[in-house]
Write a protein that binds this ligand. Structure first.
Ligand SMILES: Nc1ncnc2c1ncn2[C@@H]1O[C@H](COP(=O)(O)OP(=O)(O)O)[C@@H](O)[C@H]1O
Ligand SMILES: O=C(OP(=O)(O)O)[C@H](O)COP(=O)(O)O
Length: 397
């Protein structure tokens, strides 16, 4: 590794250490429903606190686009971090300016403070120098432990690393080492499963991914955009119709690269996005105009399991359906269990990543069996493509 780690830091007593963590955790009614990302950053926080630093946590939540959106406040996450850490975590209502400055000035050595969502400021996503300077002026040292946000060139992931002495946290270090050992030279054939809801931010990745893997299953909300591009009427499903051209380009690139793209052949549809909503499994030419696809159907599950059987390596980001609301978790759970079984029997190297994907694997009881579970989704897909991640690059000497 070409960057400095916590091992390169000496005499931390009283130092203000700004630690970028990824607290973009799944939440329901103000409660954290999957704490994996929090658990992963505890070693860095605990180590810095035990070395008497003032530990200032910096993170984003959701995509508020520079606005103060109450539902995207990090305030409810502070007690969840405190519970798992076993010590108090104070909260400041802003990440820069007087509020942040006063909260940091009040810190004792070895204490922990969480600052409000960095994305409440437009300067964060613009990677604005003034915003990064406003963050940096409250600290002596910067530590980045958010591998899962390292594909974003934002003020708190990239800009600030150029303004303060910058170090990789324990999780950043561990994620890069683990991904290299699991996927640096993967056994082939490699199967990628990509689903979920972040269609526009992940679809471009697929164009390069098809030249790195032999098979690509597209499920979840992502599949709807591909189905629509192929002329399927997807009704009221989550779908980015304006990305039809991109979807076609990816299918053409896959053809050229010899990558087998597997799209759903049937769909579970409902008229409401809620647990227990009345639903039916239909063929693709029978999706009602007033319904939405919330999961892939039984025939698709079978086909995905068949692909898992032929793969030596599995890379998975994004659930196959809206797994948080039963019964639309069925395909994700069935595929996860199947991959877990094959991993346990020694036939598959399985790597999964992404905040919701990890939650889905935990929900399926399959996470423990996977060869490696990364906290990162988009970042690990970009890493897999061989792209340089701005948050990692900025840490290099
Ligand atoms: N067909 C679908 N329609 C709507 N939402 C879906 C569908 N399939 C999956 N999702 C949603 O995708 C979300 C996860 O996607 P994403 O954020 O891309 O994954 P990750 O965080 O693992 O990278 C979940 O909240 C899930 O409900
Ligand atoms: O949840 C995240 O990424 P993921 O959905 O790819 O796992 C990260 O916190 C990055 O969030 P972003 O995709 O809104 O920049």
């Amino acid at each position: 590794m070409t960057f400095k780690t916590l091992d390169n830091l000496t005499d931390l007593a009283g130092k203000r250490v700004l630690v970028r963590v990824d607290l973009n955790v799944p939440m329901e009614s103000g409660k954290v429903t999957d704490a994996t990302r929090i658990e992963r950053v505890l070693p860095t926080i605990a180590e810095l606190a035990s070395r008497s630093a003032k530990v200032i946590l910096l993170a984003h939540f959701g995509r508020p686009k520079g606005q103060r959106v109450a539902e995207m406040s990090l305030a409810p996450v502070a007690p969840a971090v405190a519970d798992l850490l076993g010590k108090p975590v104070a909260f400041a209502d802003d990440c820069i300016g007087d509020v942040a400055c006063a909260a940091i000035a009040a810190m004792e050595n070895g204490s922990v403070l969480l600052l409000e969502n960095t994305r409440f400021h437009v300067g964060e996503e613009k990677n604005d120098l003034e915003f990064a300077k406003a963050l940096a002026e409250n600290a002596d040292i910067y530590v980045n432990d958010a591998f899962s946000a390292a594909h974003r060139a934002h003020g708190s992931t990239e800009g600030i690393a150029r303004l303060l002495p910058a170090f990789a946290g324990r999780t950043m270090q561990a994620e890069l080492e683990a991904l290299q050992s699991a996927l640096g030279d993967p056994k082939r054939p490699v199967l990628a499963v990509v689903g979920g809801a972040k269609v526009s931010s992940k679809i471009d990745l697929l164009e390069n991914l098809v030249s790195k893997v032999e098979m690509l299953v597209i499920g979840g909300g992502m599949a709807n955009t591909f189905l629509a591009a192929k002329g399927v009427d997807v009704g009221k499903s989550l779908c980015e119709h304006d990305l039809a051209g991109t979807a076609k380009k990816i299918m053409a690139a896959a053809d050229k690269a010899g990558c087998d793209i597997i799209l759903p052949v049937d769909a579970v549809v409902a008229r409401e996005f809620k647990a227990g909503a009345a639903n039916e499994t239909v063929a693709l030419d029978a999706i009602p105009a007033d319904a939405m696809i919330l999961d892939v159907g039984a025939a698709t599950i079978k086909s995905v399991q068949g692909k898992i059987d032929t793969a030596q390596t599995l890379v998975w980001n994004g659930p196959l359906g809206a797994f948080e609301i039963a019964p639309f978790d069925q395909a994700t759970v069935a595929a996860a269990k199947h991959a877990a079984d094959r991993t346990i029997s020694g036939n598959l190297n399985s790597v999964a990543g992404g905040g919701d994907t990890v939650a889905a694997l935990n929900h399926a009881g399959a996470a423990e069996a996977f060869s490696y579970v990364s906290t990162a989704g988009g970042a690990f897909l970009e890493w897999l493509e061989g792209k340089k991640l701005p948050g990692v690059e900025a840490l290099k000497n």
